[in-house]
Design a protein around this ligand. Structure first.
Ligand code: PEP
Length: 253
């Protein structure tokens, strides 16, 4: 059975000290609570080694927001998947729309990153999603299909089974606009059908597909109650313990 997951994406926010406080605060807030979902925090690289030992690994997984598309060597400024794994982190966000748009990350480059992440024991949280013009032209299915095919279709069934998908309509990220519960369900169900056609029904049923885009405590329950929405990838609302905890609590009956 697939997992419900709430993952935070801190983006380029928080000094090291602030990040440590946020991680500690979340750890305290979740201590002694029954959790009905996995919780992940994806932090800037420099926080990883400090934050990982601070949180209860049984309750909170830690991840990076990106990794290099090379194993090691003369790539000044880059951070490899094996370096990330060496901090104790277990996850890595790949294909975020900000990386695709601002750093021109292509499907081919992302395919390389996914393979390196998997080879180093990291779980990729792989983001897909359309921009506003594509949604207005009703091209969202085509767009997410191409993103999945371009970076993930070369994987073996075994490797694909380790991936978490995050559908993030770019027009909803950081804008305060959210996909309606019906829009989210419709495209999540389509994404699951694409996975089923390519990797089989069983794999598709076991793949967690998160929704991302202005998700907050007030709309999380409605979004997560959809059959094919298995949690959220959370940006802004992951930066405060109470906001993030409110979203995690959407899974508590
Ligand atoms: C994100 O960037 O992954 C995201 C979902 O951001 P926000 O929640 O701020 O829209």
């Amino acid at each position: 059975m697939r997992k419900n997951i709430v993952a935070g994406n801190w983006k380029m926010n928080k000094s090291l000290q602030e990040g440590i406080e946020l991680a500690k605060g979340l750890n305290e807030a979740l201590a002694g609570e029954t959790q009905n979902c996995d919780v992940v925090i994806c932090t800037p690289y420099i926080h990883l080694a400090s934050v990982t030992p601070l949180v209860d690994a049984a309750k909170i997984g830690v991840g990076a927001e990106n990794c290099a598309n090379k194993e090691s060597g003369a790539y000044t400024g880059e951070i490899s998947a094996s370096m990330i794994a060496s901090t104790g982190a277990k996850y890595v966000i790949l294909g975020h729309s900000e990386r695709r748009a601002y750093y021109h990350e292509t499907a081919e480059l992302l395919a390389e990153k996914v393979k390196l992440a998997l080879a180093n024991g990291l779980t990729p949280i792989f983001c897909i999603g359309e921009v506003l013009e594509e949604r207005e032209a009703e091209k969202q299915n085509e767009v997410v299909y191409a993103q999945l095919a371009g970076s993930l279709f070369d994987l073996s069934v075994e490797d694909f089974s380790k991936i978490i998908l995050a559908y993030e309509p770019v027009w909803a990220i950081g804008t305060g606009k959210t996909a309606s519960a019906a829009q989210a369900q419709e495209i999540h169900s389509y994404i699951r059908s694409v996975v089923a056609d390519k990797f089989g029904k069983e794999v598709a049923e076991n793949t967690s597909i998160l929704y991302g885009g202005s998700c907050k405590a007030s709309n999380a329950k409605e979004l997560f109650s959809n059959l094919d929405v298995d949690g959220g990838l959370i940006g802004g609302a992951a930066l405060k313990v109470a906001d993030f905890k409110g979203i995690i609590d959407a899974f508590n009956k």
